[in-house]
Each structure stands twice: as structure tokens, then as C-alpha cells.
Design a protein around this ligand. Sequence first.
Ligand SMILES: [Zn+2]
Length: 262
Amino acid sequence: MYQEEICRLSPNEWEWFAQDVLFHLGFMIHVGPSEGTDDGLDMIVEREKTKYLVSCKHNHKSRKNVGVREESDIRDRVEQHNCEGFIAFYSVGATTALKKKFISLENAGIGVIEIYLDNILDIIPTMMGFTLQKYFQRPQEIHHHLVQSCNYKPLKCMNYECEKDIVSKERIPHSLAGFCIDNEDFIHLIYGCKSCVGDYCPHHYWAEIGQIRYIEQMLVWRSIVDEVVIQNKPANDFYKHWALLQEAILQIQVPQGWGRWI
Ligand SMILES: [Zn+2]
């Protein structure tokens, strides 16, 4: 799915996207896409005192890997623009022959950074939503976890025999949060797979995880939780579970203005 979204970008958008990705990766932009002339120069960027000539290739129609013929005279181009390095920013991959050429450039003292489709797919989830929104119509679809890093914390289904991560990309559509009242009339906040906990929340208030990940919907859900707390006796574990749920949702929260839950 990510791949299809990328394919829809025009070659020009691809260059602008490359600029945003490189900036995100800590490169300083010297010459951006609009200023680039037509002599094999797309951009000039710098990081750690090394200037790189960037070549953006977007073979979105053929989807063929970039070959040696498409990247002629790399060394000359790099030198001509007073750069010391070369960045291949491709929406596909590179052929074996071109990769070999990169190795020989490295051996000749030209730093080569290769950024291919696979790398880009890994980088996208770490980028800011408002940047992605410039290129992708529904960034939430390619942006499942805003904080998918080593700090990511799964939220396990409350059914002890299941324990699936309900905020994982695959499980979001199948999960919910709700309330149940125990024999002593205490109310509990529960969450899990619809199939695991759905039967245990007869309470008329419940929410889909796919719904409350939209911030506008989360605000509604918060006021529902407040109301439920006022009207019932919250159990000892109520606030703990509410905190865990909110913490988990934050990781997949869809920012304001990105569209509404339908
Ligand atoms: Zn479950």
C-alpha cells in the first residue's frame, strides 16, 4: 500500500519529497529541486561538512530498478558541482551493475548514500504528519504509528488467553474499548479484540480503537469516560486501564484535520 501511494507522486513531487526526507534525516539543503538545472543535478545537500549531489529517480511507471545508463558520469557531476559525495534517492532499487559502480566510487573517495524504496518505507513512519500530508492524501493510511520506535508499547487485549496487541496496524480495526460492571456494581474500563471482550461490555457506551485514534473522536470518548465515572462507582483498576489506553492511543493518534472517522 505504501508503495502505491509513492507511485502516484509525479517526478516533480518526488524531488520535493526527497528534499523533505533528506532534511528530516539531518541534511542541510543547499540547492533545492526548483533551482536545479538540467545537467544531472537535482539537489545539493550537506551533512557533517560533506556536500552531496543528489540524484532523484522516480521510475513510477516502469517500476524498473535504476541502471548504469540512467546514472552516467556520476564522478564528473559530483566534481563539477564541488561536491564530495553522491546520494541516490530512488523510488525503486538499483541494478547490480549500478551498485557495483557505487562501490567503485566509494573506493575512489566519493561517499555514496543509497536510499531506495525499502529505506524510504522505513523512514516514512518517523516523519511528521504535516510533512507527509503534502504528498499523501490520507497520510494516516501510510502512517500507522506516529511513534514506532524502541519506545513503542503494545496494548494487550485484556483476554489473558489472547494478549494480542490491539493497537497494531492489523488489529486496530478489530478492537474496541468499553465498560463492564461487576457483581458489586463497580465499573471497569476494558479493551481488547471485539471477539474477545465484545460480549463483556453490554454497556451502551463503547468505542472502536479505529475511531478514537482520531483526535476529535478521542475528545468525545474522554467526555464519555468522565460521564461514566460520575454516574458509576469506578473500580480500583479503572484509572490504571484508562491511562494505559490513552498512552497506547497516543502512539497511533491521527492528528487534527486529517479527516474524520467514518
Ligand atoms: Zn483478544
